[in-house]
Write a protein that binds this ligand. Structure first.
Ligand SMILES: *Cc1c(COP(=O)(O)O)cnc(C)c1O
Length: 435
């Protein structure tokens, strides 16, 4: 399998190139040059299979020629060591696909862990370590740190803005140790991003370290996210109804992953693109005009994106045809007040505690089903565990939200970070000291 850039479809690169250099030089986005059709029988056989088994089978169809079966199987099983269960709210009609059973309690674990496994595999025979640099405003850093922790051949330096991430997020970044180093920057998230960008341009750093990024637009974070759509389908196929997925979206990587596996033959009846008031994609779907905007802060802050980085990819998957995309996908959006009432209604009606992002996905599905006569099996993607937004969820629902053990134990661990001013020379000096 090779990859082309959406800006130059005639030029292709290897897996390694797309994996270690997330972004093509022409500023397009990498896409697989061939999307295999798994065939209808494949999707009939997967009921009861684990996420890891499904991940292995789909990976094999994609990369089987490049990675030996045994290696691919090991890689997939160690990355996908948890399940993504479909939990019914209204049996046969409305369900959530819980994607938060991984170490950082959010769906980003799936992509981060799989990408980490691939990077480790492809750097196995090189004598230099790959050095990942990542700037985080909170969530992504946790998934990346935990995904790469103890992965051989890879070191990770994470930059985060001091005092601007939640306590638990900070613990996720700063208590792992080993191959994970946290830099606590006296500045904003934008400052952290600027330091990372400058590092990639610095000749000396690049000569001494094999720098790479774990950017969310990396195609290898997106591909494994398709596996749980397949797993979800396997869990509901006995219902024999057309399946609708509703994906709470920000940068639209998660939704693009669903469309990618639809292209591999997954029988999806319809997609719902559910957002908060950062609704440039729902606007595009209803008007045909794409107008990126400054992002607006909301309570579903992991979706506060005004210029989604995967929009080009999403459109590209539909051959840039508005007619095609809008026949397969509907948009909807909810403001903070609607999100809070939605969380309350979901709790009252189904006894289900949802994070604000997940609530938006469920509401999107309810809206779609109310507007369409076809009797569908709706699955909303539950993107984070409610305890990641504990104060908000407890305030809105007036219930206590339990923090899962694997997150709770972090609060007792001791934070270890290197505190630096938001200046490149200071960062460079302390980064070189860590190696
Ligand atoms: C990142 C994130 C999203 C948005 O996912 P995209 O792939 O960027 O669309 C939604 N919910 C949660 C909890 C997230 O962390």
């Amino acid at each position: 399998m090779r990859f082309y850039s959406t800006n130059s479809p005639d030029v292709t690169v290897s897996i390694q190139q797309a994996l270690f250099h997330s972004l093509p030089a022409d500023k397009g986005l990498y896409m697989p040059d061939h999307i295999p059709d798994l065939g209808p029988d494949f999707f009939k056989q997967i009921a009861g299979d684990s996420l890891a088994d499904i991940g292995f089978q789909v990976s094999k169809a994609l990369f089987g020629a490049e990675i030996a079966d045994a290696d691919l199987e090991e890689l997939t099983h160690s990355a996908l060591s948890f399940e993504t269960p479909v939990v019914a709210l209204e049996p046969g009609k409305l369900a959530v696909l819980e994607l938060f059973h991984g170490p950082s309690l959010a769906f980003k674990d799936v992509g981060a862990r799989y990408m980490a496994g691939l990077m480790s595999y492809f750097s196995k025979n090189s004598d230099s370590e790959v050095h990942i640099l990542v700037a985080t405003s909170g969530d992504t850093g946790g998934a990346v740190a935990m995904g790469f922790h103890n992965v051989p051949g890879v070191r990770v330096s994470i930059l985060y803005p001091s005092g601007r991430v939640s306590d638990l997020q900070e613990k996720q970044l700063t208590t792992l140790g080993g191959n994970i180093q946290a830099f606590e920057v006296d500045g904003s998230f934008d400052d952290c991003q600027a330091l990372v960008k400058q590092a990639f341009l610095d000749t000396e750093l690049n000569s001494r370290l094999a720098l790479s990024s774990a950017n969310s637009i990396n195609i290898f974070r997106l591909i494994p996210q398709g596996f749980y759509y397949v797993s979800a389908f396997g869990q509901v196929s006995h219902i024999h109804k057309p399946v609708v997925f509703s994906t709470p979206s920000g940068n639209f990587g998660n939704l693009s992953a669903g469309v990618l596996v639809q292209h591999m033959g997954l029988p999806v009846h319809h997609f719902v693109a559910a957002t908060n008031i950062n609704h440039v994609v729902p606007d595009y779907l209803s008007t045909g005009h794409y107008i990126p905007k400054e992002s607006v802060s909301t309570i579903s802050n992991a979706m506060d994106v005004g210029a989604p980085s995967n929009f080009v990819r999403l459109k590209h998957l539909f051959g840039d045809s508005l007619e095609l995309i809008s026949s397969q996908m509907s948009g909807c959006f909810f403001d903070d007040e609607q999100t809070k009432s939605g969380m309350q209604a979901i709790y009252q009606q189904y006894g289900y505690i949802s994070c604000p992002h997940t609530a938006i996905g469920i509401m999107g599905l309810q809206q779609f089903q109310a507007q369409h006569k076809t009797d569908t099996c709706g699955i909303a993607l539950a993107t984070a565990h409610p305890s990641k937004f504990k104060p908000l969820v407890e305030d809105v629902l007036t219930v206590e939200v339990d923090v899962p053990e694997r997150l709770a134990i972090l609060s007792e661990r001791v934070k270890q970070s290197i505190r630096i001013p938001a200046q490149f020379d200071a960062f460079k000096e302390s980064l070189l000291k860590t190696i």
